[in-house]
Design a protein around this ligand. Structure first.
Ligand SMILES: [Zn+2]
Length: 112
């Protein structure tokens, strides 16, 4: 039987949201707007905040061997941006016409 054995510990530091000012909190849409440009600006500012926090930890916290800022990712369709839900790496169940063009068995879905 498989068992997960605890082998050590790590500290996970979550940055405060860009719209969270401590005393008040607003959605990022109010600060950045919406759309791909806004998403890119939000990611840039979140990365900058994380880099600042990592630098502060290196400078001020004892007994730290390494601090890294890691990306959080999710699989999405490269054509339409829909969440990737399938085992296949080339066909996402037909989330859009461009994805459907990659259907390995185009007639299998008929009648669904
Ligand atoms: Zn798609």
């Amino acid at each position: 039987m498989r068992e997960q054995k605890v082998t050590g510990y790590r500290i996970d530091v979550q940055p405060r949201g860009l719209g969270d000012f401590g005393f008040a909190s607003v959605g990022t849409g109010l600060l950045y707007g919406h759309g791909e440009d806004a998403r890119q600006r939000i990611l840039r500012d979140e990365k900058e905040r994380c880099d600042d926090i990592a630098q502060d930890i290196r400078r001020h916290v004892d007994n730290v061997r390494r601090v890294t800022v890691e990306e959080e990712t999710e699989a999405v369709c490269s054509f339409c941006g829909h969440a990737w839900t399938e085992e296949s790496t080339t066909y996402n169940g037909g989330c859009c016409d461009a994805d459907e063009a990659n259907n390995p068995t185009p007639n299998a879905g008929a009648g669904r």
